[in-house]
Design a binder for this molecule. Structure first.
Ligand SMILES: *Cc1c(COP(=O)(O)O)cnc(C)c1O
Length: 388
């Protein structure tokens, strides 16, 4: 076998559904020398990571840590730790990630009730209540930021419903953490998982997870062991807590990167960061409308870090994405699930949420559409964006 050349990474501008742009200081942190995962200096870094995660999750939860694995590992962590065989779990499904939540809950042994909602719209709490059919539930699960549809789910009415059902509330915050307020404590979210490659702008590889004291109490009261040894939080807390009992080797360099990206988020200030995400999403929306494109989600339910755009009739959507990549080195996402082939997903996540990226995307999209005969004025789109 001939040895391949060292991999040369093309320069890309990341405006898809994740990963987002990783800042140079985060990349620099990843390249620092590897030290032992039980080195006292490394343990101090782990503590700081946990503190900073509490900051971005807006929680005091003692049980807050980054799971080694991507967002899906966090989803699995929440469910395998909180579900005992036969537990009743109600899942609101209005996109791909809700569908995945239901599947993971089933595999964890739950009796799952799915409340289907319209894709591209927030879940209707009344529909969830109807699906619940007067029974009690151990868990209610929803996706706070549905990356397949670009919808931001209001949590308050779902929390009230979970109270009526006697259930803990699990929320997927993979695309909201660091981009829109998640407020675990204020909203009464009992368990949540996120990812690092979306609004935190770290490479993929960790899933921050946080459990409320009530969720920890359910874990401690289990009659059966957690089915996954690797994802068992009661074991992991002995490694991440004061005892430092070896469980698995923490991905050391990746944690340097996460530490730096959390530092950047908190130094910017969460409120300022949320405002930046809102402002650039509004500018993008205005520009897209000026290009004659239709947004799939009503304004009040839109998720600032991710915008769903309808593909106009007669346009080859994959060809547009290929044009953006080849002519502008710009990555946007195609549709997922029911929106496959008829929508684009444009991300403005974390460090990718900049005015320059909004302008670039509008320019590139306008040209790509013009190349397929769609009438669109780039200058009008840029003016509309600038006016926001
Ligand atoms: C990306 C994403 C996931 C899965 O995360 P991975 O890092 O791809 O495993 C789960 N939920 C939502 C809402 C996501 O956007």
């Amino acid at each position: 076998m001939s040895v391949p050349a060292s991999f040369s990474v093309p320069e890309r501008i990341l405006m898809g559904p994740g990963p987002s742009h990783v800042p140079a200081t985060v990349l620099g942190a990843l390249a620092r020398p590897t030290i032992g995962h039980l080195d006292p200096e490394f343990l101090a870094l782990m503590d700081q990571v946990r503190d900073m995660l509490r900051g971005v999750f807006q929680t005091q939860n003692q049980c807050t840590l980054p799971m080694s694995g991507t967002g899906s590992a966090g989803m699995e962590t929440c469910l395998v730790n909180l579900v005992e065989p036969g537990d009743r779990v109600l899942v609101g499904v209005n996109g791909v990630f809700g569908t995945r939540l239901a599947e993971v809950a089933r595999r964890a042994g739950a009796e799952v009730t799915v409340a289907e909602g319209e894709w591209g719209r927030a879940l209707d709490p009344a529909a969830l209540e109807k699906a619940a059919a007067g029974r009690k539930y151990q868990l209610v699960c929803v996706v706070h930021a549905e990356t397949s549809t670009g919808v931001l789910q209001p949590i308050e009415p779902i929390r009230q419903l979970a109270d009526r059902l006697g259930a803990l509330l699990v929320a997927d915050t993979v695309t909201s953490l660091g981009g829109v307020p998640v407020q675990l404590d204020a909203r009464g979210i009992d368990a949540s998982y996120s990812g690092t490659q979306k609004c935190l702008s770290s490479p993929p590889g960790f899933s921050p997870v946080s459990f409320s004291p009530r969720a920890v109490a359910k874990l401690e009261a289990r009659k059966t062991p957690v089915q996954s040894w690797y994802l068992d939080l009661s074991l992991l807390l002995k490694y991440w807590g004061q005892e430092r009992v070896y469980h698995h080797t923490a991905p050391i360099n990746s944690l340097y990167g996460l530490h730096e990206s959390l530092r950047l988020a908190l130094a910017e200030g969460l409120e300022a960061r949320f405002e930046r995400h809102r402002k650039h999403a509004a500018a993008l929306a205005a520009g897209l409308s000026a290009l004659g494109l239709e947004l799939l989600v009503p304004a009040a339910e839109r998720l600032p870090p991710l915008t769903l755009v309808s593909v106009p009739r007669g346009i080859d959507e994959a060809k547009v994405r290929k044009y953006l990549l080849e002519e502008f080195s710009l990555e946007i996402g195609g549709g997922l699930g029911k929106f496959k082939g008829n929508a684009w997903r444009i991300g403005l996540m974390g460090a990718s949420s900049t005015r320059r990226n909004v302008s670039l995307c509008l320019t590139a999209l306008g040209q790509a559409l013009a190349a397929q005969g769609h009438q669109a004025s780039v200058s009008e789109a840029l003016a509309a964006a600038a006016a926001v």
